[in-house]
Design a protein around this ligand. Structure first.
Ligand code: SAH
Length: 200
């Protein structure tokens, strides 16, 4: 593994994620929203996440920026990053497929929104966020730069910690006991080990 290959893997991850999303973005524009928790806070969080997972690593891959923060490339770390990048893309594909028309870039409930609790949603409530965490870790392992590498963890981490509670309140408000039961048998981004209420 060389630095150029590691940079190329980051690009494949970012472009692959975007390609997986395109049909969902198109469809979501046509699917009416019945309730939304979008607002200025969501917009700021999305920008922070986009900067950390997209703009900063791209600036490094394309221009080597910022030069002062680079360190020696570690092939072993990059190999681990490549594996996580592949796992992340697979999980993105599965989560988008499972969410279907209920997908949204932000926090929206659509007309006749269905609560998805099957497929990759069986054991984890936020598998798409698990995929973003995998992306962020992969980025840190692939890019030998103290700023561009960890930027994804900080950027997506900010979005995640400020959004996930609000998202669960939105879902609870819409699905009541059904969502509470779902919370009781699942983990947020990592499957529960000793679930008191195993999924049936
Ligand atoms: N947090 C989820 C989904 C991210 S997409 C994940 O990480 O996989 C965000 C949109 O998905 C929001 O509009 C939210 O209302 C919707 N959503 C979240 N969980 C859902 C579920 N289990 N079923 C259907 N829609 C869901």
């Amino acid at each position: 593994m060389t630095l150029s290959v590691a940079k190329a893997i980051y690009l494949v991850l970012a472009i692959g994620w975007y390609i997986i999303r395109i049909p969902h973005e198109r469809r979501s524009r046509r699917t009416p929203v019945s309730r939304s928790a979008r607002g200025i806070k969501e917009r700021i969080l999305l920008s922070i996440s986009f900067t950390g997972l997209g703009i900063l690593p791209f600036a490094y891959v394309a221009f080597g920026f910022p030069r002062f923060a680079k360190y020696a490339f570690q092939p072993t770390l990059a190999w681990a990053g490549a594996l996580l990048a592949a796992a992340s893309l697979l999980l993105f594909y599965l989560t988008h497929r499972a969410l279907g028309r209920n997908w949204s870039v932000s926090l929206d409930l659509r007309e006749s929104h269905k609560l998805v609790t099957s497929g990759v949603y069986t054991y984890v409530r936020h598998p798409m966020y698990s995929a973003f965490w995998l992306w962020a870790i992969a980025q840190a392992l692939l890019l030998p730069n103290w700023i561009s590498g960890p930027a994804g963890l900080i950027g997506f981490g900010t979005l995640y910690f400020f959004r996930v509670g609000e998202e669960e309140r939105l879902m609870s408000g819409a699905f009541g006991k059904q969502y509470q039961d779902y919370i009781n048998r699942t983990g947020r981004v990592v499957p529960r080990l000793n679930s008191a209420h195993p999924p049936h």
